[in-house]
Design a binder for this molecule. Structure first.
Ligand code: 5GP
Length: 220
């Protein structure tokens, strides 16, 4: 039986799961827990020109790079998608980070904004699944950002000012959840991921498996 499970894994095409939410909604906590519980999904580490926050690790949370390196990546057309100025700092997804996984049936999880999600949908529509998390209220959002203690007052105001702009794009996403309770939200995202994995179009190698079943049925 184990042999069959391993074989079926190999014949699947990986999916790209993009999670977006206004800052403070709980997106990072959801992403972290999904990755901790599921070894079959890899995190796409983005590059950014912003400085690391306390506790962030280079190569794990982001590749922290400078403007010169970012410009070099742009010149080499190394990005799958990028967002250049929206947040003051620059962000991007390297092609090398994604393709090696999808082609061998590994899923990839992205923490990325709506502009990036739009670019990814345009480039790889059938492989991309997008999930939007809404906050239960704006008041709750502000208090989560303030209690997090990782951003200056000025940064918090900047993030709050971006909230309305971000919220307007909720209807471009495939799935939308209101994050009232973190545990429930995580479970719901896990269910979305398992459902998407079972879609016929993602199980690219199933035809040969079914052919074998049919052959076996002939001699049954
Ligand atoms: P933060 O600075 O709080 O980590 O991220 C700011 C925003 O940039 C978030 O909305 C985050 O999802 C988005 N972001 C992070 N990495 C990428 C990326 O590679 N591409 C795009 N388009 N957005 C990103």
């Amino acid at each position: 039986m184990d042999e069959i499970i391993t074989r079926l894994k190999k014949v699947r095409r990986g999916a790209m799961f993009i999670i977006e939410a206004p800052s403070g909604t709980g997106k990072s906590a959801v992403v972290k827990e999904i990755l901790r519980c599921d070894p079959n999904i890899k995190f796409s580490v983005s590059v950014t020109t912003r400085k690391p926050r306390e506790g962030e690790v280079d190569g794990k949370d982001y590749y922290f790079i400078d403007d010169a390196q970012y410009n070099e990546y742009l010149k080499q057309d190394a990005f799958y998608e990028y967002v250049d100025s929206q947040y003051g700092s620059r962000y991007g997804t390297l092609r090398s980070e994604v393709d090696s996984f999808i082609n061998v049936g590994e899923d990839v999880l992205f923490d990325m904004d709506w502009a990036g999600a739009r670019q990814m949908k345009a480039k790889a529509k059938d492989d991309v699944v997008t999930i939007y998390l809404l906050p239960p209220s704006i008041k709750e959002l502000r208090s989560r950002l303030e209690n997090r203690g990782t951003d200056s007052k000025e940064t918090i105001e900047k993030r709050m000012n971006l909230t309305a702009e971000k919220l307007k794009h909720w209807n471009e996403f495939d799935y939308v959840l209101v994050n009232v309770n973190l545990e429930d939200t995580i479970k719901k995202v896990q269910r979305i991921i398992s459902g998407e994995r079972m879609k016929r179009v993602r199980q690219t190698g199933l035809q040969s498996f079914v052919d074998e079943l049919l052959e076996e049925a002939k001699h049954d």
